[in-house]
Design a protein around this ligand. Sequence first.
Ligand SMILES: [Zn+2]
Length: 409
Amino acid sequence: MVDNTASVVMDRCDQIGMISSEEGGVVRLAYTPALRRAQDLVANWMQGAGMSVTEDNVGNLIGHYAATHADARTLIIGSHLDSVRDAGRYDGVLGVLVGIAAVEALQRLGRRLHYAIEVVAFADEEGVRFGAAYSGSLALTGHAAQIDLARCDAAGVTLEQAIRNFGGDPDRIMHDARRPEELLGYLEVHIEQGPQLEARGLPLGLVTAIAGANRVNVQFRGTAGHAGTVPMELRQDALCGAAECVLLGEELARTTPGLVVTVGQISVTPGATNVIPGEATLSLDLRHQDDQVRQACLAELHTRAKAIAATRHLVVRWEELLSRPAVAMDPQLSNQLRRAILATGVTPLELASGAGHDAAVMATASAAAMLFVRCRGGISHNPAESVEEEDVAAALAALGQLLEQLDRE
Ligand SMILES: [Zn+2]
């Protein structure tokens, strides 16, 4: 069936992309007036698609498309409308709007399914404003206790106050929780945010897992000294040790399939052109979809950092800041999604997501699956974010097919 649904989705992404708290860019942080305007616009589209619209206590926008019968289970199609600073038009937004378009297609046919569909725009996925992400999906999955309401933004506003100002009720967030038995599943459509689909010339990806991650602060300490007077063989140069560590991380990642290692920050003291670095501190970000591989690689890097320090007469301090396990997508729902994609004539690329998503939280309460859409250059969190209308059409076709399959079973 040829229709203009994908172009409507593209046009709506542009409209949401115009809503920003700063001129000339996209900035829609959680619980801000800009996000309010976006949610109100999306609420109109939900109503137009035949959904009843509510917002829950944590601020999630929810469109409900009723089933053929009461007490049917619910398929949640979700993503987010909040953004990072200087964001693009598709991260999060595309998933919400594709969900609405799929419901709109059912409404046009006058169809109800044996399950209800809810399109959910999660309130705070990016976590930019309060430094903690996923308040929306944590609430929905009954993890309200993990939401730190006392956290402050840069202006000193607490998350609790921000939710209240937004129209939510922080005292009642625990009532947002869904019972797992009432959920048929959770599906998230999202841009890939990486270059793998483009490299393979494929429009759609099936996510196998959301990668686990470690963040480590690694500090090498040596001895600062005069750049002109201390001979090379007598130096304890902390930065040279750190540099070796950076390249070891790169080498390990290049030789371990699926592993990515990034050093994104490095600081050196005293930090002068004529002083040997006495201290060098680097950030280590390590991700893999298999927790055993991830932990083994992390241990390997730690061992080798200690060896570097020993050889160079340095002291190394290894401080693990974060260890987040991988989250596998549900095999059955993913299999359904694979069949649906194949039925539309597209072969999906199976890949892990290196970025976090609400799907990782939703997976704690429901079968969860994710569909990736190719994005140009793998670029995201950037105004240059770009997707093709025909790829959005492919995602819509696959989603429509999945809804039919789930209805038959
Ligand atoms: Zn996102």
